[in-house]
Design a protein around this ligand. Structure first.
Ligand code: IVH
Length: 691
């Protein structure tokens, strides 16, 4: 049984704080380095909470490595500058093994030796370099590289990276550890996916995402973005305890820094070549981006003899991977049809290895792109892969164009269903007019219908839907809800013409089929916003669906307005414009769509939207900004409360802001509010106001 905090003696408190710091650090390492969580999220949060509660009672006991120190206060006026006593250098680049040989020769010549020299080979991490300063074993300052001489103070931001030890044991009194901060490919994709959903601008690659995240004035944002790091060199150090790069890595490891598992000591050029080849090979499967290999003379004594050129050491070099571009030919240009009928051209390529990944397709974006670049079947093209994104065609090598080559004519009929495909004058995309009689659109729409933010039926994966469509089992979303009845009704009833049991069809056990039916049954009641979103109306995402639900509250009311082309109400909704309104009205003019909706409505219940907003509250219709940490509720709670009272919650202060609610450690927002003369309320005053 854990003791209540009020009963803890100062001794017990100190012991427990130490235990908590260690336990959570251990969990951080497990989570970030070994990818094997050691505490559950809930347990982690519970420990974190207990840690801050104990600290609240015993502020003198707060440890330098306390988990609560990981998120500090925002910097107000930009980052302050840090001058590097030992400059952060860069490396000379080479692109071929011959140049690496030249480099090794010049090292030997400089040292006037013919003996083999050993080199440490390290993946060149594609991130941002950092320097972390420790005094008497305690992390005191973090800096970016900047111009190499003067960087920016990112102490608070670095602290949020849980892999960075805040205390190190048996270290020199002064020690600067340097390395690379990066964002893993997985975290990069997750972040972009979230940003895309929220309608924010996405990052082009993990490096940009890492840079943007690390250089956030508000370290809370850095903390949210999940960064990682590898340590690989040092700056100022009061006592050098190592004689080689390899020994330095051993120290880093003992101090608790993440070091790259692919660092390897090479005794000769052959081993260097092998390490390069191996890294090239595993490059694509690594969880982070690397853009080459760094070779460093292992012995520090030799490094010191070799010294530096102006900005680069003579004892190290970066062997860069060839650019991720390649020349290949276009075998075919295919047209894909999406949920809304958009025709997207895709190039089928002669498969080619680009930076360790075999590429066989590239997107051509749209009709105009093909015209602009004059891309033709049979062309030899330069393709490029940037990170893991879909490969693009950079240019066409027209000198290699076959004589019989013809300009690519973009089809004016849908390749999937034969309906006309039309292109509005001001649009880049051509669309199929076949609607649901077009198989591609029908399948894509069902996939959308069951997706997470819509009906969320996870048992119906893309592949199953596709198969069921072709097997005549599912044609429209409405068929999903008659599936069980048709299945239990025997062979004849089940599928149109096929006479097969679902169990047999899927090769699933009875239990799995039953699970699918249970999942479908559970969705016979659906909320209004989800239902509207699930319909797959052009331009209607989750946010728009919610706006419609809030304003119409009942599906039939909305549908009747749309059928009758009544848009007065629609266009007065803040956030819905006339082009969206047109798409909605058009959707409900289509007989196919109405037929499916009516079938659906006979199978399922669309719940009315219950608006809990209290329009009589003093904050109804007002715009509110929260800043700082609130003590009696979380930010999301406060936001939900305000919204329920009819307020709009904004992220930043402007002249449209009515109230700023100020918590503890509020930053620039409160200052800006003061400047603009906006009413600032304390948390207590806000609670009084909304009571
Ligand atoms: S050593 C004096 N090792 O590459 C040596 N750098 O072009 C300083 N980098 O600015 C750097 N991985 O940001 C070193 N294993 C590694 C590296 C590495 C990535 C970056 C670093 C540096 C740049 C040099």
């Amino acid at each position: 049984m854990t003791k209540e905090i009020k009963d803890l003696t100062i001794h017990e408190a100190a012991e427990e704080l130490e235990f908590l710091a260690k336990e959570m650090a251990k969990s951080d390492v497990a989570y970030y380095q070994n990818d094997a969580p050691y505490l559950s999220d809930a347990e982690y949060d519970r420990l974190k909470h207990r840690n801050s509660e104990i600290e609240k009672r015993f502020p003198d006991l707060i440890r330098p490595d306390s988990p609560s120190r990981r998120v500090g206060a925002a910097v107000k006026n930009g980052f302050s500058k840090v001058s590097h006593r030992f400059p952060m250098l860069s490396l000379g680049d080479v692109f071929s093994i011959e140049e690496v040989e030249d480099f090794i020769r010049s090292v030997k010549r400089f040292l006037n030796t013919s003996e083999e020299i050993s080199f440490m080979s390290e993946p060149k991490i594609d991130g941002l370099s950092f320097s972390a300063r420790y005094e008497k074993g305690i992390f005191v300052q973090g800096a970016t590289r900047g111009d190499g001489t003067i960087g920016e103070d990112i102490t608070e931001n670095l602290k949020t990276i849980r892999e960075l030890p805040l205390i190190i044991k048996d270290a020199p009194d002064i020690l600067e550890v340097r390395g690379e901060v990066y964002m893993s490919k997985t975290d990069f994709f997750k972040l972009n996916e979230r940003y895309e959903k929220e309608g924010k601008k996405t990052f082009a690659n993990p490096r940009n995402a890492a840079a943007g995240s690390l250089r956030q004035l508000d370290p809370k944002i850095t903390a949210e973005r999940r960064l990682s790091l590898f340590a690989y060199t040092w700056g100022e150090v009061s006592e050098r305890l190592w004689e080689s790069q390899q020994e330095f890595f051993n120290h880093l490891h003992n101090w608790g820094f993440p070091i790259n598992p692919n660092n390897k000591l090479c005794q000769n050029i052959k081993e260097i070549e092998e390490s390069f080849a191996k890294l090239m090979e595993i490059r694509a499967s690594l969880p982070y981006d690397i853009d080459g290999v760094v070779y460093k003379v292992n012995s520090i004594a030799l490094q010191e003899r070799l010294g530096f050129l102006t900005r680069t050491p003579r004892w190290a070099i970066a062997h860069k991977f060839p650019a991720e571009q390649a020349l290949t030919t276009i075998n075919n240009i295919r047209i894909q049809v999406g949920r809304t009928g958009a025709l997207t051209p895709v190039a089928d390529l002669e498969p080619i290895n680009v930076g360790g990944v075999v590429v066989s397709h590239a997107t051509l974006h749209n009709e105009d792109e093909i015209k602009r670049k004059d891309i033709r079947i049979g062309d030899t093209v330069v393709i490029q892969r940037a990170g893991d994104v879909i490969p693009q065609i950079v240019s066409v090598d027209k000198t290699r164009r076959p004589l019989e080559s013809k300009e690519f004519i973009f089809p004016h009929i849908c390749p999937e269903c034969g309906a006309h495909a039309i292109k509005e004058e001001d649009e880049a995309v051509r669309r199929c007019t076949g609607g649901l009689s077009c198989p591609a659109q029908a399948i894509e729409r069902m996939i959308h219908f069951v997706s997470r933010d819509a009906f969320d039926i996870s048992g119906l994966g893309d592949k199953i839907i596709e198969d069921f469509y072709h097997e005549n089992i599912l044609h429209t979303p409405a068929d999903i809800f008659t599936l069980e009845q048709r299945n239990s009704g025997g062979d004849d009833l089940f599928s149109v013409g096929q006479g097969l049991h679902l169990e047999r069809k899927l090769g699933w056990g009875k239990k799995s089929v039953e699970n699918l039916f249970t999942a479908i049954r559970a969705k016979r009641h659906i909320s209004l916003p989800r239902f509207i979103y699930a319909l797959g109306i052009r331009q209607v995402g989750t946010a728009t669906a919610l706006l419609i639900a809030k304003n119409y509250r009942n599906f039939s009311v909305f549908m009747n307005d749309m059928k009758n082309r009544i848009t007065e109400k629609l266009v007065t909704i803040d956030g819905i414009g006339s082009s969206m309104a047109i798409d909605m009205v058009e959707f409900f003019q289509e007989p196919h769509n109405l037929e499916i909706i009516n079938k659906l409505l006979s199978e399922i219940v669309v719940e009315d939207y219950i608006d809990t907003t209290d329009y009589n509250s003093p904050i109804s219709g007002k715009t509110i900004v929260f800043t700082g940490t609130l003590s009696t509720m979380t930010r999301s709670e406060a936001k939900a409360k305000a919204q329920n009272l009819g307020a709009k919650v904004a992220g930043s202060v402007s002249t449209h802001t009515d109230f700023v609610i100020e918590g503890v450690d509020s930053g620039s927002k409160a200052a800006k509010a003061k400047q603009l003369g906006i009413t600032i309320l304390s948390e207590q005053e806000f609670i009084e106001l909304i009571k």
